[in-house]
Design a protein around this ligand. Structure first.
Ligand code: CMC
Length: 445
């Protein structure tokens, strides 16, 4: 049995411990068993709560609810720890590559050299998209946001692969995984080229994953395009850092949509749409707009005051996280990397990076941010690197989506392979009108 399989088995075990909950009025009680994972806090299993006590739990934003067991990614938000299949993100960032991390997340183990080569070949084999799919872009205005185009085109992929969409067939699931991971960059680049009015650039299977992305984004048919190794390396590392983050909003969306038995392209498209929001993956675009809005160090206090003012909608973008109550380990890596990338590209004197650092310094001395444990997250510095390597702001969240597709697929696979899978269906605390009789339209006040 593989290590993740063992971990899952351990995670599935109930401990002896139970919490007893008693209704003070009726005296009825429920013994709630505790489920413990391999690491991290245990979870109360409330499956019998409604049957025993006629109550549900109330948890807006699902801040306290584990909706599933999972063996893919672990986060300790207080300690700032992130593990993919047990491996620390710092080690993967330093030593691994996006293709290797994709294999790890999907298969549970680091690949051998042969396995990595086979996996990479499988991904390369699927990089082209159907020419008819390409024509869909003509239906979008040139000023359409690329995330709108990507979510629409990904959803429409289900119209092309009728013969390999049986979600209960492991081989079909595998082909889907390779297709979506391979084609997302092609679709993303097509969206970008459409915005520019430039010809679409076909994928090049002699290039590795990140280099192919950059080539499709920036090459033109009329002259050779010189790939910058610094940009390729930086993008590959950003993909590694964004590949998965356990049950975040977009991953949970993919799981929820997929739990209905919907085809996986529809589920991934739902994930792309969920990622777009500024509280989630859309924050990378919003951070750069915010930094430009702040403009100079002198303006920082004014904007910090706005971020603290509850009557203002302004938030410090790229700050705070539902799970991390400490530094986001990815933000630390990206901050370091942004210096290296800018130096290597000869742009060390980047005023936005300087402003971002000053903003971080000032915010982290401020009682408001300290007491709420609001630290820079993955999105705070990533836009500075994307910009430095020439990626336009509207494409930042698309880059995030390319990387996160791997995590979405790993979670979807994990869910569908689970024999205990059920449709995701939260309950509610109803606060609307109680039963009342229909009033004819002429008799309404
Ligand atoms: N600026 C100002 N105040 C903040 C911020 C912020 N960025 N983030 C949280 N707070 C305050 C919030 O107002 C609340 O204050 P109080 O206790 O006085 O009511 C407290 O901190 C707790 O915040 P919350 O809204 O309950 O936290 P949450 O877990 O629901 O939200 C978050 C997490 C990431 C949505 C939020 O911190 C935020 O909106 N940050 C800015 C957007 C951002 O950077 N998003 C990227 C997240 S990381 C990458 C990803 O998920 O894709």
């Amino acid at each position: 049995m593989t290590a993740p399989a063992l971990a899952m088995e351990a995670a599935a075990q109930m401990t002896q411990k139970t919490f007893k909950l008693t209704d003070p009025e009726s005296g009825r009680s429920s013994a709630l068993p505790v489920r413990s994972g391999t690491i991290g806090p245990a979870a109360l299993d409330i499956a019998t709560l409604y049957k025993d006590l006629d109550v549900f739990t109330y948890d807006p934003g699902f801040g306290m609810t584990a909706a599933t067991e999972s063996g893919i990614t672990y986060i300790d938000g207080d300690a700032g720890v992130l593990l993919y299949r047990g491996y620390p993100i710092e080690q993967l960032a330093e030593k691994s590559s996006f293709m290797e991390v994709a294999y790890l997340l999907l298969m549970g183990e680091l690949p051998t050299a042969k396995q990595l080569q086979e996996f990479t070949c499988n991904i390369r084999y699927h990089t082209m998209i159907n020419e008819w799919l390409l024509r869909f872009f003509n239906g979008f205005h040139a000023n359409a946001h690329p995330m709108a185009m990507v979510s629409g085109v990904v959803a429409s992929m289900s119209a092309f692969y009728h013969d390999s969409m049986d979600i209960h067939n492991p081989r079909h699931r595998e082909i889907f995984s390779h297709r979506i991971i391979a084609k997302l960059p092609t679709i993303a680049a097509a969206a970008h080229k459409h915005s520019l009015g430039q010809p679409f650039i076909y994928p090049r299977n002699d290039l590795d994953y990140a280099a192919n992305v950059l080539n499709m984004l920036f090459a033109v048919p009329c002259e050779p395009y010189q790939l910058d190794p610094v940009a390729c390396e930086a993008l590959d590392l950003l993909f590694v850092l964004h590949a998965d983050h356990e049950q975040n909003a977009s991953t949970s969306t993919v799981r929820l949509a997929g739990s209905t038995g919907a085809n996986p392209y529809a589920a991934i498209s739902a994930g792309v749409s969920a990622l777009w929001g500024p509280a989630h993956g859309g924050a990378n675009e919003a951070v750069l707009s915010m930094l430009e809005q702040i403009g100079t160090v002198d303006n920082i206090p004014k904007y910090l005051a706005m971020a603290k003012d509850k009557s203002s909608h302004f938030r410090l973008m790229g700050f705070g996280h539902r799970v991390y109550k400490n530094f986001d380990p990815r933000a630390k890596i990206i901050r370091e990397m942004s210096h290296k990338v800018l130096a290597a590209l000869g742009r060390s004197d980047n005023p936005l990076l300087e402003l971002a650092q000053r903003l971080e310094e000032i915010a982290l001395k401020d009682e408001y941010f300290l007491s709420r444990k609001l630290y820079p997250n993955v999105d705070f510095y990533s836009g500075i690197i994307y910009s430095a390597i020439g990626i336009p702001r509207s494409m930042f969240t698309v880059m995030f989506a390319i990387a996160r597709t791997v995590g979405w697929v790993a979670h979807w696979q994990e869910m569908i392979s689970d024999p205990g899978m059920r449709i995701g269906r939260p309950r509610q605390l109803y606060i609307g009108a109680t039963r009342r009789d229909y009033v004819d339209i002429g008799r309404r006040a």
